[in-house]
Design a protein around this ligand. Structure first.
Ligand SMILES: C[S@@+](CC[C@H](N)C(=O)[O-])C[C@H]1O[C@@H](n2cnc3c(N)ncnc32)[C@H](O)[C@@H]1O
Length: 276
């Protein structure tokens, strides 16, 4: 007899579901994350009148794209904030941008950008470096994510006071945002034009994105298996121009996954440079 785990999940249904999730977005769920699945998918399952996780997997396997997107949106963790960890933005200003001083345009990819705080923090860093150096280096930032709802939010660039309070100084808020009603603020359109957003699953090809000088891929590899991490890192190396740079999250590393990068210690913080 199947062991019931509550919320109408049997162990085999849970295994089928996590297999589906891993195949479609790389996220590996641990053995004991049934509660997480129940809490994230409860509303969606009620909305679609599904009594069990098995029924959900069956419907997903029939190929409904809208349902798959809704499940992915519910299961991804989109935690983010402005200038997260601070050191990547300091390294960008102090080390990387001077190296690219002779480039006319910089191309930057914020992979797994969630609601946009990361790519807009990069844009603010570049604007500030331009003001200090007096150089008018142009830049384009591409933000991608698998989650359609966070991407829509990122494109609008509208944030409430709670989101704004996480890592953004008052000076930056006043410089780069315009106030809307009810305590919300929107990124000014000149900056929004520098950042474009598109849906991209990191398991899919990066070919259509073009080549980049710098990639931020932060706080997403932690969810993937070692094989997926290695594959993504090798493909990111191919998407970088020679001597391009890669930032990972503070708890992430390329060690024992790929030899495509050299590790550069910046104290504080690490950045990876694509090997020639
Ligand atoms: C924790 S957030 C990190 C956001 C930002 N990079 C940061 O460090 O603050 C992780 C993001 O990865 C996205 N994600 C998860 N799996 C993905 C996949 N297979 N392809 C693209 N994005 C994915 C999630 O939707 C989520 O927005």
């Amino acid at each position: 007899m199947l062991k019931r785990t509550g919320h109408n999940q049997s162990n085999s249904e849970y295994d089928d579901f996590r297999g589906y999730l891993e195949r479609h977005c790389g996220i590996v769920l641990g053995d004991n994350k049934q509660y997480l699945v129940s809490s994230r998918l409860g509303g969606l399952m009620r909305e679609h009148d599904m009594a069990s996780l098995g029924e959900l997997v069956e419907r997903l396997n029939q190929g409904g794209r809208a349902l798959r997107q809704a499940v992915i949106d519910a299961m991804t963790t989109n935690e983010t904030l402005w200038f997260r960890d601070q050191y990547p933005f300091n390294i960008l200003t102090a080390k990387i941008l001077p190296e690219f001083a002779s480039s006319s345009t910089l191309s930057i990819w914020s992979a797994a950008c969630s609601t946009g705080q990361e790519p807009y923090s990069i844009a603010m860093t570049l604007e500030e470096a331009k003001r200090v150096s007096g150089k008018n280096t142009d830049y384009r930032i591409t933000g991608t994510d698998i989650n359609a709802s966070v991407l829509a939010k990122a494109g609008e660039g509208i944030y409430d006071s709670l989101a704004l309070a996480r890592g953004l100084s008052i000076e930056r808020k006043e410089r780069y945002f315009q106030p809307l009603e009810e305590g919300r603020w929107q990124i000014k359109s000149a900056m929004r034009q520098k950042v474009s957003f598109r849906a991209l699953n990191l398991l899919d090809s990066y070919g259509a994105l073009g080549k980049f000088d710098i990639i931020f891929c932060r706080n997403v590899l932690i969810y993937f298996s070692q094989e997926r991490k290695a594959d993504i890192l090798n493909r990111m190396a191919s998407a970088l121009r020679p001597n391009g740079y890669l930032f990972l999250g503070a708890s992430e590393s390329v060690t024992s996954l790929t030899s495509a990068f050299e590790m550069i210690h910046c104290r504080p913080g690490i950045v990876y440079r694509k090997k020639a």
